[in-house]
Design a binder for this molecule. Structure first.
Ligand code: ADP
Ligand code: MG
Ligand code: ZN
Length: 477
């Protein structure tokens, strides 16, 4: 039997505010357990929540960037349940009047773009953290009450790869909006995946399973793949799919049942009496709109058009907004129609230096002027590319200007024929086999000899000059 995969994702993002959603406690990660708490987030009777304005503004910004309709009238509700890490025994969330609905996110697959509907974006608060030690379980309430955004997609996603692309694009969008650090390891971005199968061509949806507790993109992929196969096998032999919540076991690489699916009525939602409903004004919406920067997709298209770079290169350069801004500063300062040489430096040596330092291009603190100066040394043939890479490392480590380093380390490229002739003669004497190969028509052998001269000159010889000298010498002899 042939099945179609249907996936809908619920993503939770921690909003990067200084204080919690409804109290003044710090949201900093970690800290001594239970020190970032107060009567409000610990749910003491008689304490009153106060809405965090920044969190609310961030939520509207995200909703707009996801093309949602921001609702004029929105309210908060209590979602009641007993969890040991949520001492109020309810979570402040939004039920029937979320702050926004009906948006979309376009994802870009190899065979073209696809629009994934966004059902709703709403605000809620996070729970604390349980720490299970040998024979005790401990609870840390520091995270309790941190503002979360829940972004719920329509079941428009039809494959594991599409789910992955959706998450990648959503994460990049959120990073550009600067509303969350999106650090999955710290739990700032979490995903529940709903998945069902249906017979190819059928319109009705199959029974879905909700996969919880995935804290990496890899986990989402693996869990979905496993689940699609599991459901297919059941359907093949005519067994029903049970609607339930399953967890992904990262050790055993399989999903297992956590609980059969709860229904909305199980939560006994009712309006949060301590927070009045909110009227979102046109002005607030305008302000949020104004705070939306150029988004990744627009930037990609513009960089390809304005700088004539390939999609592959641009994707790397705009992975973060900071890197993209830096790249653009450099391109502008370079002031030539073809910025490819600068792009190559950024994508190659600079990003690899940044990676070893676990950061983006900015962590290198190489000013655009210093970078352009370094590149111009290479372009004018004053130092070799190889030396330039070591100068770059030195620039990063010592903050010195490229010119100073080149002088200090005596790296200026040697092009004068006298010293190069001498080295070339030595290399010819020492590598008779390659010399013979070359003479018998193996043109490639010359590159080996060039390499040897470069080595002997400690990378300072000008490779073009070396090649000419060698060719001349070998045709004379
Ligand atoms: P619940 O009330 O169980 O949370 P919702 O209908 O609110 O379910 O949907 C939650 C998420 O599940 C949404 O992202 C939605 O797109 C997705 N979803 C709903 N039905 C299905 C289905 N049959 N197969 C896959 N995903 C689904
Ligand atoms: Mg759900
Ligand atoms: Zn608090």
């Amino acid at each position: 039997m042939k099945y179609e995969t249907v996936i809908g994702l619920e993503v939770h993002v921690q909003l990067d505010t200084k204080t919690k959603a409804f109290c003044g406690c710090s949201t900093d990660f970690g800290g001594q357990p239970n020190t970032r708490t107060c009567p409000v987030c610990l749910g003491f009777p008689g304490s009153l929540p106060v809405m965090n304005k920044t969190a609310f503004a961030y939520a509207i910004k995200v909703a707009l960037a996801l093309n949602c309709k921001v609702q004029e009238y929105t309210k908060f509700d209590r979602k009641n349940y007993f969890y040991p890490d949520l001492p109020k025994a309810y979570q402040i969330s939004q039920y029937d009047l979320p702050l926004s609905r009906d948006g979309f996110l376009d994802i870009h697959m190899d065979d073209g773009p696809k629009r994934i509907g966004i059902r709703r974006v709403h605000m809620e608060e996070d729970a604390g953290k349980l720490i299970h030690a040998e024979d005790v379980s401990l609870v840390d309430f520091n995270r309790t009450g941190i503002p979360l955004l829940e972004i719920v997609s329509e079941p428009d996603i039809s494959s594991v790869q599409e789910a992955y692309e959706y998450l990648v694009e959503l994460k990049s969008l959120l990073e550009y909006l600067d509303v969350s650090d999106c650090d999955m390891e710290k739990g700032s971005l979490r995903c529940d995946a709903n998945v069902s199968l249906r017979q190819e061509g059928l319109k009705t949806l199959g029974v879905k399973v909700e996969l919880k507790n995935m804290n990496s993109f890899k986990g989402v992929r693996e869990a979905l793949s496993f689940e699609i196969e599991r459901q297919g096998n059941l359907l093949d032999v005519g067994k029903p799919i049970v609607q339930e919540t399953r967890l992904w076991d990262t050790g055993k690489l399989q999903t297992f049942s956590m609980r059969t699916k709860e229904e909305a009525q199980d939560y006994r939602y009712f309006p949060e009496p301590d927070l009045p409903p909110f009227i979102i004004s046109a002005r607030e919406i305008e302000e949020a709109k104004a705070a939306i920067p150029e988004l990744p997709r627009q930037k990609l298209v513009r960089f390809m058009r304005d700088y004539g770079l390939t999609q592959r290169d641009v994707k790397i350069l705009i992975a973060s907004r900071e890197d993209a801004d830096y790249a653009e500063e450099c391109f502008k300062a370079y002031a030539r129609p073809d910025v490819k040489p600068i792009a190559n430096w950024l994508i190659g040596p600079l990003l690899s230096e940044a990676n070893t330092r676990n950061g983006g291009l900015r962590v290198l603190k190489v000013s655009k002027d210093d970078l352009l100066e370094l590149v111009s040394f290479v372009e004018k043939g004053q130092i070799s590319y190889l030396s330039a890479k070591s100068v770059l490392t030195e620039m990063i480590d010592t903050r010195k200007a490229p010119g100073a380093i080149i002088k200090e380390k005596n790296l200026a490229q040697v092009s004068d024929s006298e010293s190069l002739n001498a080295i070339a003669d030595d290399v010819i004497k020492e590598n008779l086999k390659s010399v013979n190969d070359y003479k018998q028509g193996k043109a490639g052998a010359i590159m080996f000899l060039v390499g040897q001269v470069m080595k002997k000159s400690q990378g300072k010889a000008n490779p073009k000059a070396v090649q000419e000298i060698l060719k001349r010498r070998l045709s004379d002899a």
